[in-house]
Structure formats: structure tokens, C-alpha cells
Design a protein around this ligand. Sequence first.
Ligand SMILES: NC(=O)CC[C@H](N)C(=O)O
Length: 193
Amino acid sequence: MVVVGILNLQGAVSEHLDITKKAIENMGIDGEARTVRYADEVAECDCIIISGGESTAIGKILFEREIDKVIKENDLPVFGTCAGMILLSSKTDYNQPILKLMDIEVGRNAFGRQVDSFEDTINILGYEYSGVFIRAPVLCSYDETKEDIEVLAEYNGEIVAIKQGKNLAISFHPELTEDSRIHEYFINLVLSN
Ligand SMILES: NC(=O)CC[C@H](N)C(=O)O
């Protein structure tokens, strides 16, 4: 049984819930997707998804509620999309609370400054995926000495998907498509030893 917690503090939460449910169904595994808002609810999960939204707001509430501690103490894998990627990083170009779970540095609002959002094809995990970018962060650098880091996708020469151990950071919004394969990939990461 795998319990996927979608952090419900701010942002595109219901979309992640729906697509995670779809991923679990497609995989045919014993699993559950639920939204979580407090540290004790997070502690009952096997992994956490942090949605897009406003990373400063999400980070502030996350630290106030000491959800960071539960994630770290329980070694919970985290999948972050857009604002979630920012929260996974170790450094951003803003002064904001972040989890520092991945050895990546990001720049906020790097894509789509002129236009608020766009959609384009991303090659990821061996297939073509429709990437939705909404004021997305760019990955400025990552620690190349870390053997557990793997770049999963690039777009116009920029890294837009990267994993480190069981943490996954994506600068676009897979929850805004009907395609659950990236969510399935994350759940498989969680299930693998
Ligand atoms: N769609 C998003 O998640 C945008 C992220 C937002 N620009 C931030 O920096 O927090």
C-alpha cells in the first residue's frame, strides 16, 4: 500500500490529486492519493507531492507547520512541480524558506516572463510530453559531483526535469495534462529500493 500525499497549502492541488489517482489506477497497485495540510497528516504518507503555486506562500506555511521536519525525519520522497521544484532546491534568487532536499539551484519566473504561460513538447523518459509552463523556474545549476542526480529533460538548452535519489523536480506542470506517466514514474521511484 502506497499513500501519496498532495500538500494542500496553496496552488494547483486538486489537479495533482486527480492525476495521481489516475496514475495509481493505471499502475494497478494498492495505493491511495490524499491531500494533506498538517504535519501529522504528512507523517502518514509514503511520499509527498508539492504543486505549482506561489513558492513563498507554500514555503512559509510549510515551515510554520513544521512539515519540513516530518519530511526529513521520515525521509519522504518529494515530487515538486514548478513552485514545488523551487521548494526542493538548495538555493534560489529570492530570500525564501526552502527545503534544500536537492542539490540544485533555481531562478524563479525564468520562463514566460513576457507571456504568462505556454505549452510545448518535452522529450522526457523516452516519450514526448506536453509541457505546460506557467511562470516556471529555471534550473541554474546542480551539483555534478552527486552521483544520485540525473537530468531527465531539457527544453531549449535548459534543464526542466531532474531527479536526485527519490526526489523529483519538474519546472512545468504535468498535473495540467491528462498524461499520468510522470506521476507513475515518481510512484515507481518511491516503490523501488
Ligand atoms: N506555476 C508556478 O508554480 C509558478 C511558480 C512561481 N512563479 C514561484 O516562483 O513561486
